[in-house]
Design a protein around this ligand. Structure first.
Ligand code: SIN
Length: 197
């Protein structure tokens, strides 16, 4: 089901206009950073695993034939690797719009895994900070939940939406994770199943 969390997100975790915010991306935000950022660093958060359990009716599917995109599911002790971006508060507006189909801003500790920066204005703030993550919980109306691997791969193979084929989302995410040297059994198994079809 298509929903719109934009207005809710604008009321959550508000920041002063001159604040700088770290946002942690674990899905398309890793490989499609089409928003302005001051710095990016690979990072991880703890207690969550990435899963293709969120429906996409607005980007990688339609109302009639939703695609599947990633959200996070709580798993004690788990580590989820991704990419963190340092942004200014005005960048939250396009991000809220992009993540509007069920995702809510949450605050999380995040841990940097490298010293890589995109420009000279690195914050050098050490290995850990507090950041935002967009999380689609299992009670949101667009949540699809788990399904057999083959069913999920077939759904992803056939779905397409305004942002393009659902398949590209999975393939690009798997490629970005390989590039980060991240092993994610769920993502790579799904990619393999997609390639078998
Ligand atoms: C994220 O990438 O952090 C959120 C999910 C997505 O937009 O794919």
């Amino acid at each position: 089901m298509l929903i719109d969390t934009t207005a809710i997100n604008q009321q959550r975790h508000c920041f002063d206009a001159d604040a700088e915010i770290w946002i942690f991306g674990y899905g398309s935000l890793i490989w499609k950073a089409d928003f302005p950022f001051l710095e990016k660093r690979s990072a991880y958060i703890t207690g969550w695993e990435r899963r293709f359990w969120q429906g996409s009716h607005d980007h990688r599917g339609t109302l009639e034939a939703p695609g599947r995109v990633v959200t996070l599911t709580p798993v004690p002790g788990a580590i989820c690797h991704g990419m963190a971006y340092r942004i200014t508060p005005e960048t939250l507006a396009p991000l809220d719009h992009r993540e509007k189909n069920g995702y809510l801003r949450e605050l999380t500790p995040l841990f940097f895994t490298d010293n890589f920066t995109d420009n000279d204005s690195s914050t050098n703030e050490g290995d850990q900070t507090q950041g935002l993550v967009y999380l689609a919980t299992d009670d949101n109306p667009a949540f699809l939940g788990p399904a057999p691997l083959d069913d999920m791969a077939r759904q992803i193979a056939h779905a397409s939406g305004p942002s393009g084929p659902n398949r590209d989302y999975l393939v690009n995410l798997a490629q970005a994770l390989r590039h980060l040297n991240v092993d994610d059994a769920h993502i790579f198994a799904l990619e393999q199943q997609l390639n078998r079809l």
